[in-house]
Design a protein around this ligand. Structure first.
Ligand SMILES: Nc1ncnc2c1ncn2[C@@H]1O[C@H](COP(=O)(O)OP(=O)(O)OP(=O)(O)O)[C@@H](O)[C@H]1O
Length: 351
C-alpha cells in the first residue's frame, strides 16, 4: 500500500527543531508529493542563513521519509524566504475560537449578499468612500476570496508590503485604508482554497494587517453563506450586517438565507439595500423597473428591517467602478445617495 500524506506528516512531526517545535507544527513543509513509492517535499526555512544551518535536518527528513513502509525513494529540498520574507497567505487557521477582531477598529460592518453579481462590492467600495468623505477613518477589507474586485474598483494595483513577513502594510485609496486578498495574489492564477485555508486567509487579513485606528471597517464578503461568513461572524463579531439584493425574486430568496445566517449568529441586521432598483432613461426621465419593482422594500418591511437605500442601474456607477474611481467620490445623485447612507450609519453610531 502506498504511504499516505498524513503518515509522512506524522513521521516528520517527530523531527524536533533546535529552537522549538517540529517541521509540521512550524508549517515548514511545502509541496509534499507522493507518487507511488516516491515521496518529495520542500522544507522552507525562515531565512537563507537558517537554511544553510538546516542541512542536517534536511538529511534527517529524507531518512525519516525513507524509513516509512511503502517508501523506496525520498527527495527533500531546502528553500528559504527571500529577504524581506514574503508573507504566506492561506495558512491554516490558528487559535480555535479566539477573537480575530483588530484592536483599533471601533466598528465592523459586513456587506453581504445571497447571490453573486448583485453589486455588493460596488456598494461596499462606495459606502467606504462616502464614509471617508464624511470624515470617518475607514478601512475596507475585500474578503471575497473567490472573486476579489476591490483593487480594481478602488483603483489600486500595487502589492501591499510586508517588511518583516509577519505584518502587512495596507494600501490607501480615496481616503480609505484598503486590503484585499486580491492584492496578495497573482491575478492570472485562480484561487482554489479549501475552507480551512479560506478561514486562515481571513484571519490573516484581520490580525496581520496594520489597520491602525479606524472608526469603521467595511468587510466585503463573498456571496452566500459559507466559511468566511461564519468565521467573521463568530470570531470578529461584526457590529452590523447590510444585505445587498436586486429586486428579483431569485436574488431575494438567497438574500433571505444570508439574513437568516446573520440572525442565527447574533450579528445585528442593519437593513437592506436594493441595488439596480430601477433604470431612469437619461432622455425622457422614465423609470423602468428592469429587475422588478419594490421587492427588497417589501421584503425589508416583512422582516421589520430598514430599507437603507434604493440605488438605480446607473451607467456612471459601472464605469466609475471599472475605472477605479467609485461614483461616491464624485458629485451627482448616486454620490448623494451614498452620502445619505453614510450619514445615517454615522448618526446611528455604526460608523
Ligand atoms: N447600480 C449599478 N448600476 C450599474 N452597474 C452596477 C450597479 N451595481 C453594480 N454594477 C455593476 O455590476 C457588476 C457586478 O457588481 P459587483 O462586482 O459589485 O457585484 P457583487 O455582488 O460584488 O458580485 P460578486 O459577488 O460576484 O463579487 C459590476 O460590473 C458593477 O460595476
Amino acid at each position: 500500500m502506498p504511504v499516505t500524506r498524513s503518515e509522512v506528516e506524522a513521521r516528520l512531526a517527530q523531527l524536533e527543531l533546535p529552537d522549538g517545535g517540529n517541521l509540521v507544527s512550524r508549517d515548514m513543509v511545502r509541496a509534499l508529493t507522493i507518487e507511488g513509492a516516491d515521496v518529495r517535499f520542500v522544507i522552507e526555512a525562515p531565512s537563507p542563513e537558517m537554511a544553510r544551518m538546516m542541512e542536517p535536518l534536511r538529511a534527517a527528513a529524507e531518512r525519516a521519509a525513507l524509513s516509512l513502509p511503502g517508501v523506496s525513494k525520498a527527495t527533500v529540498a531546502l528553500t528559504a524566504h527571500a529577504a524581506p520574507p514574503a508573507l504566506k497567505l492561506g495558512q491554516h487557521p490558528k487559535g480555535g475560537t479566539s477573537s480575530i477582531r483588530p484592536a483599533g477598529v471601533a466598528s465592523i460592518l459586513a456587506v453581504a449578499s445571497g447571490k453573486g453579481g448583485v453589486g455588493k462590492s460596488t456598494v461596499a467600495s462606495n459606502l467606504a468612500v462616502a464614509l471617508a468623505r464624511a470624515g470617518r477613518r475607514v478601512g475596507l477589507l475585500d474578503a471575497d476570496i473567490h472573486g476579489p474586485s476591490q483593487p480594481r474598483m478602488m483603483g489600486v494595483s500595487a502589492r501591499p508590503t510586508s517588511p518583516d513577513g509577519q505584518r502587512i502594510t495596507p494600501l490607501a485609496a480615496h481616503g480609505v485604508v484598503l486590503m484585499s486578498i486580491g492584492l496578495m495574489l497573482d491575478p492570472a492564477k485562480s484561487v482554489i482554497w479549501r475552507g480551512p485555508m479560506l478561514m486562515g486567509a481571513l484571519q490573516q487579513m484581520l490580525t496581520q494587517v496594520d489597520w491602525g485606528a479606524l472608526d469603521v471597517l467595511i468587510v466585503d464578503l463573498p456571496p452566500g453563506t459559507g466559511d468566511v461568513q461564519l468565521t467573521l461572524s463568530q470570531r470578529a463579531r461584526p457590529d452590523g450586517a447590510i444585505i445587498v439584493s436586486t429586486p428579483q425574486d431569485v436574488a431575494l430568496l438567497d438574500a433571505r438565507k444570508a439574513m437568516d445566517m446573520f440572525t442565527t449568529l447574533d450579528v445585528p441586521m442593519l437593513g437592506m439595500i436594493e441595488n439596480m432598483s430601477y433604470f431612469q432613461c437619461p432622455d425622457c426621465g422614465h423609470e423602468a423597473h428592469i429587475f422588478g419593482h419594490g421587492g427588497v422594500r417589501a421584503e425589508a418591511e416583512k422582516l421589520g428591517l430598514a430599507l437603507l437605500a434604493a440605488l438605480p442601474i446607473d451607467l456612471e456607477t459601472r464605469l466609475a467602478g471599472d475605472a477605479g474611481r467609485p461614483v461616491a467620490a464624485g458629485e451627482g445623485a448616486v454620490a448623494q445617495a451614498y452620502a445619505g447612507l453614510a450619514a445615517r450609519l454615522v448618526r446611528d453610531g455604526y460608523a
